[in-house]
Design a protein around this ligand. Structure first.
Ligand code: HEC
Ligand code: HEC
Length: 276
């Protein structure tokens, strides 16, 4: 019994994240704004009832149910008013709420886990500087058997299956890796998943299914005919080398994320995906 309790304690324990203050400086808020773009937060959190705010409400339909995106404006009752630095680190890097509940991985916290603490705290600085919007989001409509605590096992399994990514020797490619894997969470849509819905990182960027449609592969093989310039052009304007526009979910990625990056960061992404 004691062993079981100890196991339970270890299994469900809240990660040890220390209390840190959210920075207040304008510089942090500005950096945070850029990071929110680079992380594509707007694509999911933009208000359905209050466009132009991050008050949420978008319905994300998956095979596990329909999930409604949270209000992340600093409203005390319907948003994240009163959150401190620790709450942001727990949510974005560990997928845990301030009360210790598990978030569902439709919120791409496993990608954001790779963010530096400094970047998470600057994101927090920006979010907390925004006007609060009172807007309650509907409850998720999930399959009857799906419970938040089950995500504990899912997280452990996903971590066990995760290969170690080597650190790149070229700082530009390393920056591209950070923008693609941690911030831009490109693999959430472009990497195939196993039967548990865990991205199969051994086949990273090999293409996947999203709802009813297919998402193209963007691995080395798929991009063999592309140049780095083609890739940069796509990330900026959404135009493919053959002159066609990308569609579907990728339009939002370009509008809210890659189209708003500095040219230097788009070039870093291109250098990561398309090695010379
Ligand atoms: C693919 C869609 C998606 C993206 C991209 C996304 N989120 Fe979320 N986020 C969600 C969903 C869905 C939830 C609710 C998860 C749950 O209830 O388990 C959520 C929950 C949250 C929460 C917890 C809110 C609460 O009240 O407990 C925070 C904070 C948050 N997101 C911040 C962010 C930030 C910051 C970014 C960008 C760095 C981001 N999210 C990007 C979908 C997304
Ligand atoms: C929310 C899901 C989603 C995310 C996140 C996402 N993509 Fe996409 N992407 C798509 C879809 C869907 C398509 C196919 C669009 C179409 O049918 O025209 C696509 C197409 C593309 C293409 C064109 C491939 C081709 O051969 O035509 C490239 C390149 C691309 N994405 C790169 C990226 C990069 C880089 C990132 C991360 C910064 C990213 N995507 C993040 C969904 C996504």
């Amino acid at each position: 019994m004691l062993t079981l309790m100890a196991f339970g304690w270890w299994f469900f324990a809240i990660p040890d994240v220390s209390d840190v203050a959210i920075p207040q400086a304008d510089e942090s808020i500005e950096r945070g704004h850029y990071l929110v773009d680079a992380a594509g937060c707007v694509s999911c959190h933009e208000g359905i009832e209050h466009p132009g705010t991050l008050s949420g409400g978008l319905a994300l339909t998956t095979e596990f149910g329909t999930f409604f995106v949270s209000n992340i404006t600093p409203d005390e009752t319907t948003g994240i008013g009163g959150w401190n630095g620790r709450d942001f680190l727990l949510a974005l890097k560990h997928g845990r709420s301030r009360e210790g509940d598990y978030y569902f991985p439709v919120f791409p916290y496993r990608a954001y886990a790779g963010m530096t603490d400094e970047d998470v705290l600057d994101v927090a600085a920006y979010l907390m500087s925004l006007p609060s919007v009172k807007s309650a989001v509907p409850d998720h409509e999930t399959s009857f058997w799906l419970q938040r605590w089950m995500i504990a096992g899912w997280n452990r399994l996903a971590s066990a299956l995760q290969p170690d990514f080597s650190v790149e020797s070229d700082p530009k490619i390393e920056r591209g890796s950070y923008l693609a894997r941690s911030l831009g969470h490109c693999g959430e849509c472009h990497t195939p998943r196993n039967i548990f819905g865990i991205p199969d990182l051994r086949r990273e960027f090999a293409g996947a299914r999203l709802g009813e449609g297919d998402v193209e592969a963007i691995d080395e093989q798929a991009l063999s005919q592309w140049t780095q310039e083609d890739f940069v052009y796509l990330l900026f304007l959404g135009v493919k080398p053959d002159g066609e526009f990308v569609g579907g979910e990728m339009e939002k990625v370009i509008e809210h994320n890659t189209g708003r990056l500095t040219q230097e960061d788009r070039e870093a992404l291109a250098a990561f995906f398309k090695r010379d």
